[in-house]
Write a protein that binds this ligand. Structure first.
Ligand code: NAD
Length: 440
């Protein structure tokens, strides 16, 4: 009785520039409304600390806790918690790959440049001391998110790493997340979720240490709370990036395998009803497009999350482009979180990519590998923010400090230049700081 599970199709060759702009838009995030809703929650934790945090955890997560914080060791697990040996091994391999790729990103060597004789400028990295990692836990367990945030924090050498995740009704945390907390050397696990967890991390409570930066995805309560605290100068906290529903854009040509393309589209569609799924055909013949559509319908029906997929697919888009160049151009304008290239000579097209969170190249590179275990990070910019944001990486957990040292000879050459510029700006004291040294 069910109607087939189909995407909407548009043809770029008959699309006006106004229509094209609409195709690039994501659903509007009602951030002002949500920020107003989370404010009372955030305020109550800011003002009443642990008491409010525990009340809200009882209310939203149905867990009665004596204290919100768990301290190491997180592993071995208690007798009542079991970790499937296959899952443990998979987490170990994923951890090793993610560690390897993120360790290679560490900025350990200072940059030293002599800009003029006797004028040496330096830049060096330091870890952000205290970080909070939000691991969503309302509807699913997400040890992969704990890995993607915990590993770069560990590699960067952050002194205080707090993993926050909503507890289950009995107050426990999933064994998978606890095991990852152990692997990444987390210093505490905060058993709280939603806006209250973000508030506790931003302001600190009697038991929860305040952090300097909050990372991680979450539902609209989490996202709005992150936006709220980042704008509060009392909290003095930053966040990783603005978050929106997850996205994939697949570019396929006549050489693609329709079953692979459909599987990749559906792996994004199952995230949630607001998932953004786009297939761009690079002069893809209608006969092959029809096969992709058949596969989407067939594979979707076999999924346990078919109800979510039915909704997200019905809002998804097939864009017909006249050539591979036109397809890549559209993708660059869209700036997808994930870009999958099912194209002839896929690796050759990577150099044409201007905007994307992460790129998956060729028929044997499903996005799932990057989501879990190949080594790259899965916390990526959505909503078109791939134009100006990078995904989470090791340097997201570091900041850079510059320094300089000038010799007397160097100051003799540079000082008069600086004095001239200071005079030009009318800042006499600036000029004096040079003149007093040079006696000019
Ligand atoms: P969550 O941990 O984000 O949220 C659970 C918390 O939401 C609860 O602890 C509760 O405090 C709060 N909450 C729920 N209903 C509330 C209400 N009515 N009022 C106040 N607070 C309320 O878990 P979730 O809800 O399962 O959401 C997970 C989210 O994370 C999804 O939106 C998913 O798309 C996203 N996600 C994104 C990525 C990514 O990398 N982009 C990865 C994993 C998950």
């Amino acid at each position: 009785p069910d109607a087939s599970i189909r995407m909407r199709t548009v043809d770029l060759s008959t699309t006006t520039s106004e229509e094209r702009l609409k195709l690039l838009k994501r659903p509007v995030l009602k951030s002002d409304e949500m920020i107003a809703k989370v404010k009372p929650i955030v305020d109550s934790v800011r003002i009443r600390g642990d008491a409010a945090l525990l009340e809200l955890t009882a209310k939203f997560d149905k867990a009665q806790l004596d204290t919100p914080l768990l301290l190491p060791p997180f592993y071995p697990l208690s007798d009542s918690q079991q970790l499937d040996p296959d899952v443990k091994e998979a987490l170990d391999v994923a951890y090793a790959n993610i560690y390897k790729f993120h360790a290679a990103q560490t900025d350990t060597k200072p940059l030293v440049v002599e800009t003029m004789p006797g004028v040496t400028c330096t830049r060096f990295a330091r870890p952000i001391a205290r970080v909070g990692l939000y691991v969503p836990g309302g509807t699913a367990i997400l040890p992969s998110t704990a890995l993607m945030l915990g590993v770069p924090a560990q590699v960067a050498g952050c002194e205080q790493v707090v993993v926050a995740t909503p507890p289950r009704a009995d107050g426990s945390i999933s064994p998978e997340v606890l095991y990852v907390a152990h692997l990444v050397g987390a210093h505490a696990v905060l058993r709280a979720g939603g806006a209250q967890a973000v508030a506790a991390l931003a302001y600190g409570t009697e038991t929860v240490p305040k952090v300097d930066k909050i990372f991680g995805p979450g539902n609209q309560w989490v996202t709005a709370a992150k936006m709220l605290v980042q704008n509060d100068t009392d909290a003095l906290v930053s966040i990783d990036m603005p978050a929106g529903p997850s996205e994939v854009l697949v570019i396929a040509d006549e050489l693609c395998n329709p079953a692979f393309v459909a599987a990749d589209l559906l792996s994004q569609a199952e995230h949630g009803i607001d998932s953004q799924v786009v297939l761009v055909g690079a002069s893809l013949p209608d006969s092959i497009l029809a096969k992709v559509e058949e596969e989407v319908d067939k594979q979707a029906r076999a999924l346990s999350r078919v109800d979510i997929v039915r909704e997200s697919v019905s809002r998804s888009l097939i864009v017909k482009a006249g050539s591979a160049d036109a397809a890549v151009e559209f993708s660059n304008e869209y700036a997808p979180e994930h870009l999958i290239l099912h194209l002839r000579g896929a690796s050759g097209w990577v150099s044409h990519v201007k905007n994307a969170g992460s790129v998956f190249v060729g028929p044997y590179t499903p996005e799932s590998c990057g989501d879990y275990a190949s080594g790259t990070n899965h916390t990526l910019p959505t909503n078109g923010y791939a134009r100006q944001f990078s995904g989470v990486n090791t340097q997201s957990f570091q900041k850079h400090i510059t320094s300089q040292e000038i010799t007397i000879d160097g100051l003799e050459k540079l000082g008069p230049i600086v004095a001239t510029l200071a005079d030009c700006e009318g800042l006499q004291a600036h000029a004096n700081a040079v003149r007093v040294r040079l006696g000019i």
